[in-house]
Design a protein around this ligand. Structure first.
Ligand SMILES: Cc1cc2nc3c(=O)[nH]c(=O)nc-3n(C[C@H](O)[C@H](O)[C@H](O)COP(=O)(O)OP(=O)(O)OC[C@H]3O[C@@H](n4cnc5c(N)ncnc54)[C@H](O)[C@@H]3O)c2cc1C
Length: 621
């Protein structure tokens, strides 16, 4: 008998299985098609705004996604470099096939982990506890715990125009039937969501004299804190074009055969990621939308048409594509489509991702109503860690909203009532200046180490980096930069007569002044500083911390205030009926969500500040 069974080897399942195995539990990863592990169903890219931060957090915690994209990326870019460091977000195009192959190799190399190609069609529950899984092959397998990561496969239904047919993720993959019904019988409630994908086209049929080339960054930093440099890696270009008035006219002609507009699709789709027909319908004032042509790998002619997600009929898709500048002769290889699927509202899980209805059963990824590889992988990692800890009778690891985007993600899932696919945005994080991609190791290695996923040497490296940052900051606070040197370094427009020197720490708050420039101007100062640390990543942290010192202090103060509420535990069996003074809406919401802490309770819509005061008095008693 295995300690843990993971059902589904998608982005959530791979991280879940690796985390469980690496933290010392024996694990079986069951998936319907083992040639399709960690398949990118939609955009062949990892990272981007907020998602890049999550990928680095996964890495800091000991997950695999960042290493996988460093090994298989075909174009790397740091987004939002014109904005402050909180918004800098790494993104990379992936070689779709190579990514799957990489992850398969890693899974196969893991000692505590076995793979099985089969489909989980039901679960067995005994006395409120997970007992085992039923497989399509007829077998029942027992385990201490299970993590379900089924993605869009549960009763999946694909739509293209007025055609619809069962499908799990791509047109070639069947859906999973039986498991939803088994979960409903075990006490869960389910609902439908929808997502969509654009057509893929032949890269040889694009007119490159018209589309605009977008190259990758010259010296991109790696996603993983342990990948080493990827600076010299071969990269290929993406291309930019846009829809025209004619495109919109053509697509409108297909609206009467659109499954979205005809009401055929019942599931709720993501408002933030509309299909092209939705964009044309909703934003009538716009006569053009950007289209990014993104290669799917080094060795394929398939190109992903980013911005053209659609479920219009195929004839309309082709005509629409051929009306886009540079795509007049384009050949479509795969049509776009929409897919509807079952999910389980995450108010049914705890922060550990364990379900409330069945002990030792965990849900992670799109089954919880999220969208995106990174969001799925993050949940898989945390579910793997926490399932493993539960079996060892250790407390779960909870990341707070101020610890990580992953903390924000999980807190939002278990606290909010949204009924559309959830994806992470930087605006969802109130502490985004703290939650930067560049400091994910400093924020999270300790949790990965506690979980057994980060080894002692790696953790020691992070501790010594932290120590160098502290010592370097103290040094910079103590050293005075002479006025003359400073004057020469300031940009001409800000040159003002200097009355005297300035501490290096203050000088670094001025625009245009960096440690490297101070080092170049003052060799003795540089020599002394480099004795403390010559690591450019330490220098970067020190610069950011000093430049944003005031804002960071304010954010830290806020996190301390919230921490008090987070430390007040609300037992799951808490009797809200017996508390007088709660508003009726507040009571109803508290009974529905059963928050685990007073902090979580305070973020539930409908629970008022006075409800929190009432609960605080009651807990105090
Ligand atoms: C058509 C489409 C378009 C999308 N568009 C976007 C987008 O634009 N932006 C975005 O961010 N995200 C998009 N997504 C979502 C993104 O692909 C998913 O959020 C992410 O892959 C979810 O990861 P997961 O691990 O939960 O599931 P998946 O990656 O789907 O993996 C599920 C795995 O589990 C296996 N499996 C399922 N059920 C069982 C079972 N019962 N037994 C055994 N194996 C099982 C499957 O074979 C598969 O390998 C899209 C998804 C689809 C399908």
């Amino acid at each position: 008998m295995y300690d843990i069974i993971v059902a589904g080897a998608g982005h959530a399942g791979c991280e879940a299985a690796l985390a469980a195995a690496r933290s010392g539990s024996s694990c079986l990863l069951i998936s319907s098609d083992l040639t399709a592990v960690a398949r990118m169903s939609c955009n062949p890219a990892i990272g981007g705004v907020a998602k890049g931060q999550i990928t680095r957090e996964i890495d800091a915690l000991g997950g695999e996604m960042a290493k996988a994209i460093d090994a298989t990326g075909i174009q790397f870019r740091m987004l939002n470099l014109s904005k402050g460091p909180a918004m800098h977000s790494p993104r990379a195009q992936a070689d779709r096939t190579a990514y799957t192959e990489y992850m398969k190799r890693v899974l196969e190399a893991e000692t505590n982990l076995d793979l099985l190609q089969d489909t989980v069609t039901g679960i067995e529950v005994r006395g409120g506890q997970f007992f085992g899984v039923e497989l399509q092959s007829g077998r029942i397998l027992r385990a201490g715990a299970a993590i379900l990561t089924c993605g869009t496969f549960l009763n999946g239904l694909i739509h293209i125009g007025m055609n619809h047919f069962p499908g799990g993720r791509t047109i070639a993959e069947p859906p999973v039937t039986g498991l939803t019904e088994s979960l409903v019988a075990a006490g869960f409630t389910t609902a439908r969501l929808k997502t969509g994908t654009p057509p893929r086209v032949d890269r040889r049929s694009i007119d490159y004299s018209i589309v605009i080339e977008q190259k990758g960054d010259e010296n991109p930093p790696p996603f993983s804190f342990s990948s080493g440099s990827i600076a010299g890696k071969e990269q290929i270009s993406c291309f930019l074009t846009k829809t025209t008035h004619k495109t919109h006219e053509i697509l409108r002609r297909g609206f009467d055969r659109s499954p979205l507009f005809s009401g055929k699709v019942q599931g709720v789709g993501p408002r933030y990621c509309p299909s092209i027909e939705d964009k044309i319908h909703r934003f009538t004032e716009r006569d053009s939308h950007h289209i990014f042509l993104e290669p799917e790998g080094f060795h394929t002619n398939e190109m992903y048409v980013n911005g053209f997600s659609t479920s219009l009929p195929e004839d309309i898709q082709i005509a629409g594509l051929q009306s886009i500048p540079g795509m007049e002769e384009v050949k479509m290889i795969r049509p776009g489509y929409a897919i509807e699927y079952d999910y389980f509202h995450p108010s049914q899980i705890r922060r550990s991702l364990e379900t409330k209805a069945v002990e030792n059963l965990y849900f992670a990824g799109q089954i919880n109503g999220t969208s995106g590889y990174e969001e799925a992988a993050a949940q898989g990692l945390m579910a793997g860690i926490n399932a493993s800890r539960k079996l060892k009778e250790l407390p779960p690891i909870h990341l707070q909203r101020s610890d990580a985007y992953i903390g924000v993600l999980i807190d939002d899932l278990v606290t909010k009532e949204t009924n559309e696919p959830y994806r992470m945005f930087t605006s969802s994080a109130e502490h985004r200046l703290i939650l930067r991609h560049d400091n994910a190791d400093l924020r999270l290695r300790k949790f990965g180490h506690t979980a057994g996923l980060v080894d002692d040497d790696t953790y020691r490296e992070t501790l010594s980096k932290d120590d160098e940052i502290v010592r370097m900051t103290a040094f910079l606070r103590s050293k005075t930069i002479p006025a003359a040197a400073l004057y020469n370094l300031l940009p001409a427009e800000s040159n003002r007569p200097m009355t005297g020197g300035q501490k290096a720490a203050s000088a670094l708050k001025r625009p245009g002044i960096t440690l490297n420039r101070l080092f170049a101007a003052l060799p003795d100062f540089a020599k002394e500083a480099r004795l403390i640390s010559s690591n450019p990543l330490v220098h970067e942290q020190v610069e950011i911390n000093l430049a944003y010192e005031g804002y960071l202090k304010r954010e830290l103060l806020q996190t301390e205030k919230v921490a008090r509420l987070e430390s007040l535990i609300l037992p799951e069996t808490f009797n809200y009926h017996s508390v007088t003074g709660l508003s009726s809406e507040g009571r109803e919401k508290l009974l529905h969500f059963r928050p685990e802490t007073l902090g979580q309770a305070s973020r539930i819509m409908g629970v008022s500040p006075s409800d929190i005061s009432v609960l605080m008095v009651r807990l105090g008693r």
